[in-house]
Design a protein around this ligand. Structure first.
Ligand SMILES: Cc1cc2nc3c(=O)[nH]c(=O)nc-3n(C[C@H](O)[C@H](O)[C@H](O)COP(=O)(O)OP(=O)(O)OC[C@H]3O[C@@H](n4cnc5c(N)ncnc54)[C@H](O)[C@@H]3O)c2cc1C
Length: 737
């Protein structure tokens, strides 16, 4: 076959996948046009995803089958949920596998039009325009390139006054608290309410990032005091069900925690026959069954779900958001912001919200507004000529499904066979790999058994969803994840592409399903096998030692606790009760992934002791450190929860305090309480029993949100949580050891 040429537009994950598959499976020449200076797309630090954000898929899903996370030097083992800066490193290392001469950086594609069977591509670099011919075109410019404007009424005096002191910015522009909190105000007395608008993942991600930064500012030894009073109110049209990243494994006979996808993408949870991608719209009832399923994963039972009965909900995947809702650092109000107007003190904004229950809600004293209402997905296709857009049934107003792409697993329209659009419906990277394999097979004439009837039915379904998105009244027919059956899609694609499968331990229909499980003919296998080995290793460690119980216990510590301690000296016993609060901050010592400041207060709210708790994913260890404020150093070594925690979630270790026995109570994936006994067998034995204080808000209550009242004043927002600990002065915190 004559050597063909391919233009790839975009060097994000999708563009890189395209190039790597062309490299491995064809002799085609290709050029990658990238308008920025480097590879990585949204994961570049200058782009939209904040470097500190954590992926909401685990690293076994956010991976390419031809490049294992084990092959990247992060200076440490990759965590189960990597942060965005790690993903950027991963993508840069992956991009190096493609020869330099294939890239054209700082080159923006401005027009793509048909020329005969192929494509005339116009691009611009340093002000110089160029036009070149290619046989094929791959558009990998990203589904989330163009942030949406905030769609609510904004009082003109706010809109037209550039000096108005309340910043309003899109979530993609947010980096640090300095952008949203004026530095010249007196710190402790002025609460700063940050309003985040947008009820899906970008809202949840940015709200929890800001809450985390605010907690760090309050509790870190180097934190900026000006940010102490920051509070986050999150408003979204949907009731959000926060889902943690590590969950209870309900198939285990003992307390065991594993990554969420080990449950969601476990093949044996589906029928033991070959799967076909299911894309029919889910009914409200089906949606609710799914939510019940999620609730069971989180809480070990469905509990009180009254609030779900009338309201379809979105889920928000990711630990940080889950923790913030659990401990009350984010106040979630389901509803639609109708109007932003000048607040009473004229230096703030008041938001008028139509609550999900129909009642009006007023949020006062807002000092910053973050717009996280998403993206306009059609923007990345703007350079396509009109006749091409027509073939794609392009609908510029359709912000979620701009084109009908029913062939090659939602990457092609049968009317434009020399064109592929990768990642233009929201799918994970593994599915994008399948899309590209399908495109390659089509363009090279390799065997490909795509079922035309399925393609046609998918086309009809996409038109149906497009119409429902356009029509405000049909919103309920549009699911949060438009085409969410990733298991079905992976399995059907692998079958039709005649791929080999690395089976789960018991055969084809068990085990975790991810892209590395499937090996295409002619593709290198080493990296996929590395990933599969890493998954097996993690599973084996979980089975043997249960280490992630320590992680779930640690993240469960956040918020407020009531601790009763009992001292048993020979012949004497005394009970003391203290309030305990755990606040997150960035780790102040190397080698730790998570760190909290733990404050113990007496019955009158006076601070008695400050401790530091730390977690490291490398050894899955929790350690608790006593703080010596005078010397600004830590004086006591590791104290509690050394793994393994045994089958009944009890454990024992020996250390400077004699034998320590601990017991951890979980309800599903949630830490309900725990106890620690120290000095077992010694003259003085002390037992600490931790329980949640009555009235503490946890996930469901925060979701209901409004206390049944129509109005919510900003200054009241922290009343039912540990909040940011305002009003309880803590004195200077000691610096890191
Ligand atoms: C806040 C946020 C959090 C996210 N979190 C996750 C997550 O946890 N897990 C996950 O899997 N996904 C996540 N995503 C989804 C993310 O979109 C995908 O992971 C992935 O980045 C999509 O890859 P892509 O290559 O399709 O697009 P992009 O990453 O957007 O890359 C597109 C590239 O095309 C370039 N480009 C655009 N137009 C042109 C042009 N005309 N000429 C030349 N170059 C052009 C851009 O500069 C960019 O480099 C998140 C997205 C956002 C916004």
């Amino acid at each position: 076959m004559a050597e063909k040429s391919v233009a790839i537009v975009g060097a994000g994950p999708a563009g890189l996948i395209a190039a790597r598959k062309l490299q491995a499976l064809t002799s085609f020449r290709f050029t990658i046009f990238e308008k920025s200076t480097r590879v990585g797309g949204l994961w570049n630090r200058e782009s939209f995803i904040h470097p500190e954000m954590m992926t909401n898929f685990c690293r076994f899903t956010a991976t390419f089958s031809d490049f294992a996370w084990e092959s990247v030097d992060l200076g440490r083992p990759a965590p189960v949920y990597p942060q965005a800066w790690m993903v950027e490193k991963y993508l840069q290392a992956y991009g190096k596998l493609i020869p330099d001469e294939c890239y054209e950086f700082q080159t923006c594609v401005t027009r793509a039009e048909r020329e005969g069977e192929g494509w005339r591509i116009s691009s611009i670099k340093d002000g110089v325009e160029k036009t070149r011919y290619f046989d094929y075109l791959i558009v990998a410019t990203g589904y989330l390139q163009h942030p949406k404007e905030l769609r609510c009424e904004i009082e003109s005096s706010i809109k037209t006054n550039p000096l108005f002191p309340v910043p309003i910015l899109h979530s993609t522009k947010y980096r640090t608290l300095e952008q949203i909190v004026p530095l010249n105000e007196s710190p402790q007395d002025t609460p700063h309410t940050v309003l985040v608008i947008g009820g899906s993942h970008s809202g949840a991600d940015i709200a929890s990032l800001i809450a985390h930064q605010a907690s760090d500012a309050r509790w870190s030894p180097n934190g900026n005091k000006a940010f102490r009073g920051v509070k986050v109110v999150h408003i979204g049209m949907n009731v959000l069900l926060p889902i943690p990243g590590m969950v209870w494994d309900k198939t285990a006979t003992h307390v065991s925690m594993h990554p969420l996808e080990f449950t969601l993408c476990e093949r044996s949870t589906r029928e033991p026959e070959p799967l076909t991608f299911a894309f029919a719209p889910a009914s409200i009832q089906e949606n609710q069954i799914l939510l019940f399923y999620y609730k069971e994963i989180i809480e070990g039972g469905v509990g009180d779900l009254d609030f779900m009965e009338t309201l379809p909900a979105n889920v928000a995947l990711g630990d940080r958001y889950y923790q913030c809702i659990q401990d009350g650092r984010i106040q979630l109000i389901p509803g639609a912001v109708k109007r932003l107007e000048r607040g009473k003190d004229s230096d703030s904004i008041t938001a008028r919200v139509k609550g999900k229950d129909g009642k009006d809600v007023v949020v006062d004293n807002i000092n910053a507004v973050i717009n996280a209402t998403g993206f306009n997905s059609g923007g990345g296709l703007s350079f396509l000529a009109d006749d091409v857009k027509e073939q794609l049934e392009f609908d510029p107003a359709n912000t979620r499904l701009p084109a009908v792409l029913n062939a090659s697993y939602m990457a092609q329209n049968p009317q434009a066979s020399s064109l592929a659009l990768l990642g233009f419906v929201p799918v994970n990277w593994g599915i994008i790999e399948m899309q590209m394999r399908a495109v390659v097979n089509r363009w090279t004439g390799r065997p490909f058994d795509e079922d035309p009837a399925h393609v046609s039915a998918l086309g009809d379904h996409m038109r149906y969803i497009q119409a429902a998105i356009r029509d405000e009244r049909r919103k309920q027919e549009v699911p949060q994840f438009l085409f969410g059956d990733y298991l079905g899609l992976l399995e059907q694609a692998a079958r039709e592409l005649r791929m080999e499968q690395i089976h789960g331990d018991d055969g084809a229909f068990t085990g975790f399903f991810c892209s590395s499980r499937f090996l295409g003919p002619g593709e290198p296998k080493t990296e996929a096998l590395k990933t599969m080995r890493a998954i097996r290793r993690l599973r084996a460690v979980i089975d043997r030692r249960n280490p992630l119980v320590a992680y779930v216990a640690f993240t469960g510590l956040l918020g407020r606790w009531r601790c009763a301690s009992q001292t048993e000296s020979v012949g004497a016993g005394a009970e003391t009760v203290v309030e305990v609060e755990a606040h997150p901050r960035y780790p102040t010592a190397p080698g730790y992934d998570l760190e909290y400041v733990v404050v113990l207060r007496d019955g009158a709210g006076r601070e008695k002791t400050t401790l530091v708790a730390r977690y490291t994913e490398v050894t899955y260890e929790i350690t608790l450190w006593a703080v010596d404020a005078r010397k600004s150093a830590l004086e006591a070594g590791p104290l509690m929860f050394k793994v393994p925690i045994d089958r009944d979630s009890n454990g024992e270790l020996t250390g400077p305090f004699g034998t320590v026995i601990y017991h951890v109570d979980f309800r599903g994936s949630r830490l309900d309480g725990f106890s620690v006994t120290m000095g077992k067998g010694l003259a003085t034995e002390q037992t600490f029993v931790f329980e949640r204080p009555s009235g503490l808000v946890v996930a469901e209550a925060a979701l209901v949100g409004l206390d049944g009242k129509g109005s919510l004043a900003a200054e009241k927002l922290d009343v039912r949580s540990g909040g940011n600990g305002d009003g309880a002065e803590n004195g200077p915190l000691p610096s890191a050891p």
